[in-house]
Design a protein around this ligand. Structure first.
Ligand SMILES: [Zn+2]
Ligand SMILES: [Zn+2]
Length: 304
């Protein structure tokens, strides 16, 4: 098959909208779509400083790549989780990706910072749960301490659709009230704005973009994520997408239209300042400081 726009052989068949594209025209299509997504949801302005959280995986690498190509002011942060070989390899990928792109990379290593890696803490809390808590705190505090306007993450359409489906299956209405492409800055800027530029692009498209643009990335899943039910939900949604192209995007857009229905479920929790670090907290001490037993706040300001 030939590309829809030129004589070159097609490299990918898109199902929704249905068309065959060569690498160049697919890249153009993908970047235009990210640009439109950013504009549609008013994610970021041209003068804002964006911190992209790069894990070493494809989604965040592609996010950094496209934002840079679109001319945004981008720096990257890699959080080394201290999970053996997996984290060492991930850090190497993140370094290579940012070097190729010519974007500054900051690295925070959980074991150096907190004494233990993810998976080494004795706790009844599931590993993925305190890993998520730790990552979210670090990238937010890092962005806050260094004056970034927004944190961009690599969540794609498949991530969003499976998150919504999983939370519907469990009727986690609290989570459903808060999900979306943009989380505005809150609490006097202490919670930095979060954006998801790949919100309307499928995982398959992200993989194809990485391939077409020679972006190398960590393909292994985190060892702690093995058997995660999200993968099952993704498989179910992909099965439906195959039969009815457009299922995922329509599901997510429908959710955004109906999201207000869940907002009544939000418990009014008054956020206050954590006694230890001063960041927003539900209790007297925030869950990060409590979990890691901190007595002093961590200062993430880049020196020099
Ligand atoms: Zn073409
Ligand atoms: Zn705290």
């Amino acid at each position: 098959m030939k590309c829809k726009f030129c004589d070159r052989p097609a490299f990918i068949k898109l199902h929704y909208p249905r068309m065959y594209l060569c690498p160049e025209h697919f890249t153009e299509y993908f970047e235009r779509k990210v640009k439109r997504t950013i504009e549609r949801y008013r994610m970021i302005g041209p003068d804002e400083r964006i911190l992209v959280v790069v894990s070493g995986g494809k989604d965040s690498a592609v996010t950094a790549h496209v934002l840079k190509k679109l001319g945004y002011n981008v720096e990257c942060l890699h959080i080394n989780l201290g999970i053996g070989e997996y984290s060492a390899k991930s850090e190497e990928y993140a370094k290579r990706q940012c070097e190729t792109l010519g974007v500054p990379l900051h690295i925070v290593r959980v074991r150096e910072l907190l004494g233990k890696g993810i998976g080494e803490v004795r706790t009844r809390r599931p590993t993925c749960s305190y890993c998520g808590l730790t990552k979210r705190y670090i990238f937010n505090k890092f962005a806050h301490d260094n004056g970034f306007d927004a944190v961009a993450t690599g969540h794609n359409l498949d991530d969003e659709a499976s998150f919504i489906l999983a939370n519907l299956m469990n009727w986690n209405t609290q989570y459903l009230a808060k999900q979306g492409p943009v989380t505005p800055s809150q609490f006097n800027g202490k919670l930095v704005k979060k954006v998801k530029p790949l919100y309307e692009l499928t995982e398959r498209e992200v993989v194809a973009y990485a391939l077409a643009n020679g972006i190398e990335y960590e393909m292994e899943e985190c060892p702690h994520a093995a058997g995660a039910t999200t993968l099952e939900y993704k498989a179910i949604l992909n099965g439906m997408e195959e039969k009815r192209p457009g299922t995922k995007i329509n599901f997510v857009k429908g959710y955004l239209r109906k999201k207000a229905l869940f907002e009544t479920e939000l418990e009014e929790t008054e956020l206050r300042e954590c006694r230890t670090c001063g960041m927003p907290s539900n209790g007297e001490v925030c869950s990060f400081c409590r979990f890691w037993g901190l007595e002093e706040p961590i200062d993430f300001r880049i020196r020099g």
